[in-house]
Write a protein that binds this ligand. Structure first.
Ligand SMILES: C[S@@+](CC[C@H](N)C(=O)[O-])C[C@H]1O[C@@H](n2cnc3c(N)ncnc32)[C@H](O)[C@@H]1O
Length: 444
């Protein structure tokens, strides 16, 4: 029986077997293997005289404001303090300019200014400009009246969004959403409005606190907000809802790709581990009427998931369990789904989750684990969206994106073997794991 989640008794309740202790040491080895190079670099940074080149982590009060209405103030603070760090000196002053130097400088500046563009887009999502423009073009003045904004300030925001192709002029001084901007609407099938809203809420934390993570290798969220991200959401359910809605958006995007990548027609029971509001499980149950579902979530989310599945008429086929995936995962599934869960956690915790799944899987012959994650490409310079989420995971929860080989290594340490990797879409892959075959015993 899965018991109610209690973060404090996580370790006390988990007597480790010899194998599990060895697996945990293996997770530490995997983590430590990455460390020496980082330490050397940090030593060089620390060796500098004067202030740390990266803006230090904001204090807890400032951090707390990041996830609330005062995002703009938080950014101003981070940017202001950053300017102080720079000391107003231009290090390149006095060196002769070569042809092309100015363009190189501007090009790099433009990359840095993406922060402003991103923040403008997040503000548009927070103000629900997409929904307000859904019925047709509006002038900045009319839109400002609807959104509760200053008309001139909103006009300038719209001009920036127009230069990025998110909105366009629609005759006179009215603005309309473009096709590129359409997913800003809450009712768009690929809506990302809630994700952008979440990004806007945590962006100041990422901007302001990345220095702490770079210096220590630890997440900045607990330092800035006094607790880890999931405990924070338990304490602030309204912020938790923003997070859950963002996960729904992301799940809606990847669901068709997962259903195309994996055939559930022989599957009897899917256990969605950390399954959020149940959106992905609902998609699977709708597509495959023979499948039953079990969803494991923390109590805060389990209630909402239950309600969501009931609204969809799926509660008869789906059980929601309030529990803790570090302690126990329900048995009896032939597929164990972990979507966007492993990347939240560093090695030790990711291994613990996999180990819980492996224990639950061991009772069902042929049970499969499906981890849906964004895979980092091999090598450091190939661009991929996982590069951004990798840094975000570091700052938020101490997690990380991983390469295919790193997932294979992690699974192996948990007694699972990675059998196949299928691309779901341009961001996500489905990693299929199975119990490692028992080693043949050597004859005496
Ligand atoms: C990044 S979200 C992914 C949610 C969902 N799988 C999706 O992709 O939409 C991670 C989920 O893990 C859940 N979670 C965190 N800690 C947990 C724990 N100890 N036991 C069970 N679920 C947990 C969170 O509540 C959250 O919904």
């Amino acid at each position: 029986m899965v018991r109610t989640y209690d973060a404090d008794d996580r370790d006390a309740d988990l007597p480790l077997t010899q194998d599990e202790k060895a697996a945990e040491q293996e997770a530490d080895r995997i983590r430590d293997a990455r460390r020496p190079a980082r330490r050397e670099t940090l030593g060089r940074v620390r060796g500098r005289s004067g202030p740390h080149p990266i803006h230090p982590v904001p204090n807890a009060d400032a951090g707390a404001r990041a996830w609330g209405p005062d995002t703009a103030a938080m950014i101003a603070e981070a940017v202001g303090a950053g300017a102080k760090c720079a000391g107003g000196q231009s290090e390149g002053a006095g060196t002769a300019m070569e042809p092309g130097d100015t363009d190189d400088g501007y090009a790099l500046l433009a990359l840095g200014e993406r922060l402003v563009q991103a923040r403008a887009l997040q503000a548009a999502a927070e103000l629900r400009l997409g929904d307000l423009l859904a019925d047709g073009p509006l002038t900045p003045t009319d839109l400002a009246a609807e959104a509760g904004c200053d008309p001139d300030a909103l006009h300038r925001l719209l001009a920036l969004l127009a230069s990025d192709g998110i909105v366009a002029r629609a005759g006179g001084d009215r603005f309309e959403l473009t096709r590129a901007g359409a997913p800003l609407r809450s009712d768009h099938p690929a809506s990302v409005r809630a994700v952008l809203e979440l990004d806007g809420a945590v962006a100041p934390l990422v901007i302001g606190a990345v220095g702490h993570s770079l210096e220590t290798g630890e997440p900045s969220f607990p330092q800035a907000l006094g607790t880890d991200i999931y405990a924070y959401m338990d304490e602030h359910p309204d912020h938790g809802e923003v997070f859950d809605r963002a996960m729904d958006d992301l799940t809606r995007l990847v669901a068709p790709g997962l259903l195309a990548a994996y055939d559930f027609s022989e599957v009897r029971r899917v256990v969605d581990v950390g399954g959020g509001n149940g959106m992905l499980l609902a998609e699977i149950l709708r597509a495959y009427p023979q499948v039953e579902g079990v969803l494991l979530e923390v109590p805060r989310v389990a209630g909402a998931a239950q309600e969501h599945l009931r609204e969809q008429g799926l509660s008869e086929r789906c059980r929601v369990v309030a529990g803790d995936f570090f302690a126990e995962v329900p048995e009896g599934g032939d597929v164990y789904l972990l979507k966007g869960v492993l990347h939240n956690w560093p090695e030790r915790e990711a291994l613990q989750i996999l180990r819980s799944c492996r224990r639950a899987m061991s009772g069902t012959r042929g049970a499969r684990l499906l981890a849906v994650e964004s895979l980092l490409p091999d090598g450091d310079d190939a661009p991929h969206p996982a590069r951004t989420t990798d840094l975000a995971m570091l700052v938020l929860s101490g997690g990380r994106e991983r390469t295919r080989a790193e997932y294979a290594e992690l699974m192996e340490a948990a007694g699972l073997q990675l059998e196949a990797v299928r691309e779901a879409d341009s961001r996500f892959a489905v990693l299929e794991g199975a119990l490692t075959a028992p080693r043949p015993t050597t004859p005496a």
